[in-house]
Design a protein around this ligand. Structure first.
Ligand SMILES: Cc1cc2nc3c(=O)[nH]c(=O)nc-3n(C[C@H](O)[C@H](O)[C@H](O)COP(=O)(O)OP(=O)(O)OC[C@H]3O[C@@H](n4cnc5c(N)ncnc54)[C@H](O)[C@@H]3O)c2cc1C
Length: 419
């Protein structure tokens, strides 16, 4: 963690001067959304996005449609060259290696110095590696970038024995897609079932059991080593078991890319610290998306959301702050995930004081609600229940008191409770 005192009275970066130049560092969803929204708000100043990967593309399909071959590289793009021309947004291919916020400068790896009135850090995250012997082998796969997905696609084939370490959202999606492509998948996670904090225990159990139902081998254990031998790998577990695999994919979360911010003296703590306007501790610099971590006005540090909608929303907030217009109001945090032909959605928080209420459909837990001790809904998750999650989001955002018996009753229309 590094600390820099927040300068008083943020005058430099919030005057709402539409001619200021903006440099967005990182062209993922959050950076792209910042640029797109700035133009939508009528910002007339120079806007540039710099990213080593060139044109902005979307990541959720990497573990779904793209991995399965249902969409191609063009289908991943958030914006193409025509969009950039039409909206007068410069898209540069390059890696920023240093920031000088006071001077409004960013140095690229090739020696170019970019200058702007406002800098937006949208550097996302890096797939976490396992801190065990062999965890850093270059044959161990991960899935964060399009290049990662291409590499995985190149090895996936019917009969390949693929070990997936980590059965969270991305690990489970990847395991499901690999199975669909005919791979023999062994899925390893220390927790049984995983994802309880995201969807509650009942849905987590049902989701995890689907893996075995679809023919995956599911192992609960803590990997302690990965060895490479010939064309294959052996994973050692803490109880002495060993698992052989042709290929290994690790999906154990990400770390926020904060190195540029730290080196520039911005405040960071497992993310670049920002306020409710996405402003960092330097008045010229904003941070958005997976890289940013919001500190509320009461001092509470939020968890980084690491979800698609949150990346977009933080970009919209930063754009509004830079443009000097009212900040958009976003509802409770929302995510989705797809695996084994089912669609999962969640909103708000499924943890914290209170109790979980389950609505069953066809004898199976289908919707989980988290209700706090005062009778307010704080979170909801559903399997193939997007409409329910949408209604729950309204109930959460409007702070409507709920009756647990009505939540549990499948004959009660949730939309009515949201009115
Ligand atoms: C495989 C996968 C599946 C997902 N599925 C879902 C889903 O189903 N539902 C959901 O809600 N969310 C999903 N997500 C999460 C969602 O995609 C992310 O939250 C979102 O992409 C974050 O956007 P971002 O712009 O903050 O970061 P990123 O998308 O990581 O973009 C950051 C960009 O910054 C660039 N960059 C980094 N360092 C520098 C530098 N020094 N100089 C210049 N550029 C730099 C990188 O090249 C990258 O392009 C998924 C993520 C992945 C990886």
């Amino acid at each position: 963690m590094t600390g820099a005192a927040r300068p008083q009275g943020h005058t430099a970066a919030d005057p709402g001067d539409g001619t200021r130049s903006v440099l967005v560092i990182g062209g993922g969803l959050a950076g792209f959304s910042t640029a797109r929204q700035l133009r939508a708000l009528g910002h007339t100043g120079v806007i540039r996005i710099v990213d080593p990967e060139g044109l902005p593309y979307d990541r959720p399909p990497l573990s779904k449609a793209y991995l399965l071959g249902h969409t191609d590289r063009a289908g991943l793009l958030l914006a193409d060259a025509d969009w950039a021309t039409a909206h007068d947004v410069g898209i540069l291919t390059g890696t920023v290696v240093a920031l000088r916020p006071d001077a409004g400068q960013a140095d690229l790896a090739d020696g170019t110095v970019l200058q702007a009135d406002v800098l937006v850090l949208a550097t996302g995250g890096t797939a976490r590696r396992l801190p065990i012997p062999g965890g850093d082998l270059d044959t161990v796969l991960e899935l964060r970038t399009r290049a990662d997905a291409d590499r995985l696609r190149a090895v996936l084939r019917p009969g390949l024995r693929l070990a997936v370490i980590g059965a969270g959202l991305i690990g489970a999606e990847t395991a499901s897609a690999a199975r669909e492509l005919g791979a023999d998948v062994v899925l390893i996670d220390p927790v049984d079932p995983p994802l309880v904090p995201a969807v509650g225990p009942e849905l987590a159990r049902r989701l995890h059991d689907m893996h075995a139902d679809r023919g995956l081998e599911v192992i609960t254990g803590v990997p302690t080593s990965i060895e490479r031998h010939g064309a294959g790998h052996t994973i050692g577990l803490d109880d002495g078991r060993t698992i052989g695999a042709d290929a290994v994919l690790v999906g154990v979360g990400i770390t926020a890319n904060t190195a540029l911010a730290e080196a520039a003296g911005l405040e960071t703590e497992a993310g670049v610290i920002v306020d409710e306007r996405q402003r960092t501790s330097h008045p010229r610099v904003y941070a958005v998306g997976d890289a940013a971590r919001i500190r509320d006005s009461d001092g509470t540090l939020r968890r980084r959301a690491e979800h698609w909608e949150s990346a977009m929303n933080t970009g919209h907030t930063a754009a509004a702050a830079i443009a000097g217009v009212d900040l958009p109001v976003h509802g409770a945090s929302w995510f989705w995930s797809d695996r084994h032909g089912v669609h999962v959605e969640g909103v708000g928080s499924m943890t914290g004081p209170g109790s979980t209420v389950i609505r069953e459909i066809d004898g199976q837990p289908a919707i989980a609600f988290r209700v706090d001790d005062d009778g307010y809904l704080t979170g909801c998750a559903a399997i193939d229940g997007g409409l329910a999650v949408r209604a729950a989001r309204r109930i959460i955002d409007r702070r409507i008191r709920v009756d647990p018996a009505q939540l549990a009753d499948p004959t009660v229309n949730l939309k009515k409770l949201a009115r």
